[in-house]
Design a binder for this molecule. Structure first.
Ligand SMILES: Nc1ncnc2c1ncn2[C@@H]1O[C@H](COP(=O)(O)OP(=O)(O)OP(=O)(O)O)[C@@H](O)[C@H]1O
Ligand SMILES: [Mg+2]
Length: 409
């Protein structure tokens, strides 16, 4: 039997979602793999789940189905079928303009629905509409390593660890750049007390012409020699940077630097998802609180549902672990068991050391003989060792690029 048609249902009304799912459940060749209740949720989930067909409602609270379709078809190779109570010609025309392949009245009859889904599946594109400028994370590319640091919980210490890991990987032979991928509220440069006259916007404005001189000019430099690609100055400027821009920039940097460490925002949008997919290593930062563990669980479920995401590239770090054993915080073994993910490093919560480091713009690893510098340094060393072992297994042959995925698989 051929593969089932993987379908995603997007509708803000739960009963409509369930009605469609029930009808589709009777067909042996169809599989409903996910639901979304808003346009932006649909964009994020479609990028992760990669459905073949999306059934998309038009009227939704945050972003209408037409806008969501326009954006999804730029980044995911799938067919979108618009479903709406408004079935006049103007709506149909706008749906097609947005990139939908078909249009169904709401509610559709079962036969109409099955025939439309099968037809949409046959017509699904093999590559994304906006594919030309977007790097394909499955394609082999550069020789540098891309390390993305991510936490689904704000304030967990993602930036702190990104800064320290970059500092640890940096050496005279190993050029290292830290990219601030938290586009709206990036503060990596603040953590290092580096002035930011130039930032990623200068590269985006150069549109497509990313030569190495321009890049060298835009990168800022920390006293240690670490180079930094700063975030835009705020949300307004950040809206100029799209996921294809930052993915292309990170891949270009990986041609020029041995290590590209990328800090990210907790919000799971197209930029962050693209970076997570592109990464050789994802450092997942957790903290020992119930809300953080709940969010981590959600993220791991999303990774599980993504056919392209290799969970072997995850390095799970538990940050801000109270030093006092009687603090009442969750313990790392229980968290690891509950998430079914081994914890590679536990970093103690030592507020004074991190605050001082932040105020002075000097990473805690400079004091690697004592906590917390020692633990953070060990984490950096572990990441470095893993990457060196991969290089030994797959020696670079001139310009021959290495595969992007399956680093520890
Ligand atoms: N192990 C730790 N112990 C004590 N304080 C820490 C620790 N790690 C980070 N911090 C502090 O927690 C605060 C938040 O850290 P950071 O900015 O790195 O988090 P983040 O996950 O990047 O947050 P955001 O969601 O805003 O991007 C900072 O003041 C930092 O110094
Ligand atoms: Mg941060």
């Amino acid at each position: 039997m051929p593969d089932k048609i993987r379908i995603m249902i997007v509708d803000d009304v739960e009963t409509s979602q369930k009605g469609l799912a029930r009808l589709l459940s009777f067909e042996p060749d169809m599989d409903v793999i996910g639901f979304a209740g808003t346009g932006s949720e649909a964009i994020a989930k479609a990028q992760i789940m990669k459905p073949d067909v999306i059934l998309m409602d038009i009227n939704m609270p945050d972003m209408d189905g037409l806008t969501a379709t326009e954006q999804i078809t730029q980044v995911v190779a799938c067919s979108v079928v618009m479903i709406s109570v408004q079935s006049d010609r103007d709506y149909m025309r706008r749906a097609m303009q947005a990139g939908a392949v078909d249009f169904l009245p709401k509610p559709p009859s079962a036969d109409e629905l099955y025939a439309t889904v099968r037809n949409a599946y046959e017509r699904r594109p093999k590559v994304v509409a906006g594919g030309a400028g977007k790097p394909d994370p499955n394609q082999p590319s550069s020789s540098g390593h891309i390390i993305v640091v991510y936490s689904p919980q704000g304030g967990s210490g993602a930036t702190t660890l990104a800064v320290n890991i970059a500092g640890c990987l940096l050496s005279q032979q190993d050029r290292t750049v830290l990219v601030d991928g938290n586009l709206q509220f990036g503060d990596a440069a603040v953590h290092l007390d580096v002035r930011t006259e130039r930032n990623i916007i200068n590269l985006v404005q150069a549109s497509g012409d990313l030569d190495s001189d321009l890049i060298e000019n835009v990168l800022m430099t920390h006293g240690s020699g670490l180079r930094i690609l700063a975030a835009p100055r705020g949300p307004e400027e950040a809206s100029e940077v799209h996921s294809e821009h930052i993915l292309q920039i990170v891949q270009t940097l990986a041609n020029q630097f041995r290590y590209v460490v990328v800090d990210t925002a907790p919000h799971l949008d197209g930029v962050t998802i693209g970076l997570l997919e592109l990464a050789d290593v994802v450092v997942l930062v957790g903290v020992p609180t119930l809300p953080a563990v709940k969010n981590m669980k959600l993220i791991l479920e999303l990774f599980d549902q993504s056919p392209d995401f290799d969970k072997n590239k995850l390095i799970f770090v538990m940050n801000k672990m109270p030093v006092d054993k009687k603090s009442g915080a969750l313990n790392p073994e229980d968290i690891s068991r509950s998430l079914r993910l081994p914890i590679k490093a536990v970093i103690p919560a030592i507020e004074k050391a991190f605050l001082e480091s932040l105020n002075r713009g000097v990473p805690v690893i400079v004091n690697a003989r004592q906590s917390p510098g020692r633990e953070v340094q060990q984490l950096g060393e572990e990441i470095k060792k893993m990457m060196i072992s991969v290089e030994v297994e797959e020696p670079a042959t001139g310009d021959k690029p290495k595969p992007r995925k399956g680093l520890f698989g």
